[in-house]
Design a protein around this ligand. Structure first.
Ligand code: G6P
Length: 611
């Protein structure tokens, strides 16, 4: 959802900004732009990816300077055009040479635009952002920091911004509210970015800008203030991030790398959290609230996209292990339906990025209504992580592929550990917990066994790749896996796919089944196995082709279906951790076979920071 990077220092800014932008491209990639202040302010913008921006810079001649900013866009206000690409300027006869990049939404832009037009400002784009550039220009009286503070006092909405002014070649001003922004602190230089991936190559010292905070950066020093110019502290910390984690290595795509990383990621996720002797789960992040969790009356998991599917699995796990009534909801729906939050309600926000606007708003709403707010988040220090009362980090490492994979298994793994943590404090015996933990620890090896079938999954995918409509069906805890399988396929290969509970098929969707239509069933051995087999027969007898995800050694399923992906046997509630894996691999191969950009599917962004 837009990535921004800015630099002030002594090195040429161009290369540094473009490299940073490539790291942030997963956040949005419909257009890109750069502004560098050298002897003059130069701006280059283009529709398309960062590579297109590089070509454009080449065409327009060199842009030198040691102060600058760049942006990669995911359009919200205004179409995908060059004039809507950032940076935006306060140019025109009233201009001061102000350039600005922005991630977020200025909600009151229309009213501000009218005010500024009355004052003679002429707008060139359809974006909300350009209004902010002009407003800063309007308030500029020779001090960029003061002008930015003044403008931000007038705007409502969310922003992470970087601003430069041709009249102040030694100043970079950045600010945030709601959208992420981090400041890397080097020697005589600062690199500011939407996330640490664009910073770590240069420095491991950084601070996260708090909401409503403005930072003025010069080459020698910085200061942070509120929008009312009251000084605030910024705590510079060591980034826990290693460049190797964001390198592709020998893999062709991040998605494939992240799928294959899942066993290792889950081992790290579990590390130090399983106490074999006591038959207990150790979750430092929530231990302070153990009592409130154990006496909770209701647990609501909220998230969006893949995280929502993990929320669904979470409810099955929590009800099974802790016997606490649990629900899930789209964060976006929960937030706006006047939710009833009674005493003893715990809301768990699940999010890879920790920045999804809908999830963050749902969490704030729940907190305001008195819920205990927990987070299951991957990105350390992200907005959701900071707003929760307590939480558990996934520790699966940075996820770059837009289609979420390793974060999903991490979220389910954390939900399983959290459920055992709570259940053990209620009634689970140490023997039961120990036995379960043993199974949990076997999951990475189980996933490795599934991944060994990657070639087989590819050849099965090839058989059906020309099909435009697919069904994904599962029951119980594997129903969210069916949803996730369908989501993975549609989001990266653009094939229409629907996921649903296998029994629901009879109530309408069965009408879709025609000769050769692929129907993917999660048909592992569990309490619903026989019922799923009946649903398979219903599809077969109408000419559909069934691909089953089945338990290793289940020859019966093989005799009923066209194709089978086997997964190792696990207790029912842990099965999503392995049944999802062949569906991720299938989606990956389908997208490749259709020639799609696996890591940057059209219209999507990794982190959606608008509601
Ligand atoms: C976007 C991404 C999805 C992700 C969802 C929630 O739609 O494309 O992959 O599942 O946001 O993101 P979060 O960071 O909150 O898990």
């Amino acid at each position: 959802m837009c990535g921004i990077v800015a630099y002030i220092g002594r090195k040429p800014a161009k290369h540094l900004l473009l490299e940073g932008l490539k790291r942030l491209e997963y956040r949005g990639y419909d257009s890109a732009g750069i502004a560098i202040l050298g002897t003059t302010l130069k701006v280059v913008r283009t529709v398309g990816r960062v590579r297109a921006l590089e070509d454009q810079i080449e065409k327009q001649g060199e842009i030198d300077g040691t102060l600058g900013m760049a942006h990669t866009r995911w359009a919200t206000h205004g179409g995908v055009t060059e004039k809507n690409a950032h940076p935006h300027l306060d140019d025109g006869k009233l201009g001061h040479g102000i350039a600005l990049v922005h991630n977020g939404i200025i909600e009151n832009y229309a009213v501000l635009k009218r005010y500024l037009e009355d004052k003679g400002h002429v707008f060139k784009s359809e974006t909300d952002t350009e209004v902010l550039a002009h407003l800063i220009g309007e308030l500029y009286r020779g001090d960029l920091e003061r002008a930015v503070q003044g403008a931000l006092r007038e705007v409502t909405g969310a922003y992470a911004i970087a601003v430069i002014c041709a009249k102040e070649p030694d100043t970079l001003v950045v600010a945030r509210k709601g959208s992420p922004l981090m400041v890397g602190v080097g020697k005589d230089e600062y690199i500011v970015a939407s996330d640490s991936s664009a910073i770590v190559a240069h420095t491991t010292q950084a601070f996260t800008l708090a909401d409503y905070t403005v930072a003025k950066l010069t080459r020698e020093s910085f200061r942070t203030t509120t929008v009312d110019n009251v000084p605030v502290d910024a705590q510079v910390k060591e980034l826990e991030f290693d460049l190797e984690q964001i390198d592709l290595g020998t893999f062709e795509h991040y998605m494939l790398k992240e799928i294959f990383e899942q066993p290792r990621s889950l081992r790290v996720c579990m590390q130090g959290r399983i106490d074999d002797r006591a038959g207990q789960v150790v979750l430092g992040g929530v231990s302070e609230f153990a009592r409130r969790l154990a006496t909770a009356r209701r647990i609501v998991f909220v998230g969006q996209g893949t995280a929502l599917h993990a929320c669904m699995v979470g409810t099955y796990l929590m009800e099974e292990m802790a016997k606490i009534p649990s629900d899930w909801d789209f964060a976006s729906e929960f937030r706006y339906r006047n939710p009833i939050v009674e005493e003893g309600t715990v809301v768990v926000a699940v999010s890879q990025s920790g920045e999804t606007a809908d999830t963050l708003s749902a969490l704030m709403e729940a907190k305001q209504r008195g819920a205990l707010a927990l987070g299951i988040v991957n990105v350390v220090g992200s907005s959701i992580a900071r707003e929760t009362d307590a939480g558990v980090y996934l520790r699966v490492g940075p996820e770059i592929g837009v289609a979420s994979t390793k974060a999903f298994v991490g979220q389910v793994m954390v939900a399983a550990m959290l459920s055992l943590f709570v259940g053990r404090r209620r009634f689970l015996s140490s023997e039961f917990t120990l036995a379960y933990l043993k199974q949990l620890k076997s999951v990475p090896d189980c996933i490795d066994r599934v991944l060994e079938q990657s070639d087989h999954i590819r050849s099965v995918t090839a058989k059906y790749i020309h099909r435009e409509n697919w069904l994904f069906l599962g029951r119980g805890v594997n129903y969210p896996v069916a949803l996730e399988g369908a989501l993975k396929l549609k989001e990266i290969s653009y094939i229409h796919a629907e996921g649903m509970p296998a029994a629901e098929m009879k109530h309408g969707p069965i009408a879709l089944i025609d000769h050769g239509m692929p129907a993917v069933f999660v048909a592992t051995r569990n309490s619903q196995y026989e019922k799923v087999l009946s649903n398979i027969q219903e599809v077969r007898s109408r000419g559909g082709h069934v691909i089953a995800v089945a338990t290793e050694g289940d020859d019966h399923v093989r005799s009923l279906c066209e194709d089978v992906f086997y997964v190792p046997d696990l207790p029912e509630h842990l099965q999503p951790l392995v049944t999802v894996v062949p569906l991720q691999v299938l989606a990956y191969h389908a997208a490749l076979m259709r020639g799609k950009d696996v890591d940057k599917p059209r219209n999507l962004a990794k982190s959606v920071t608008v509601e």
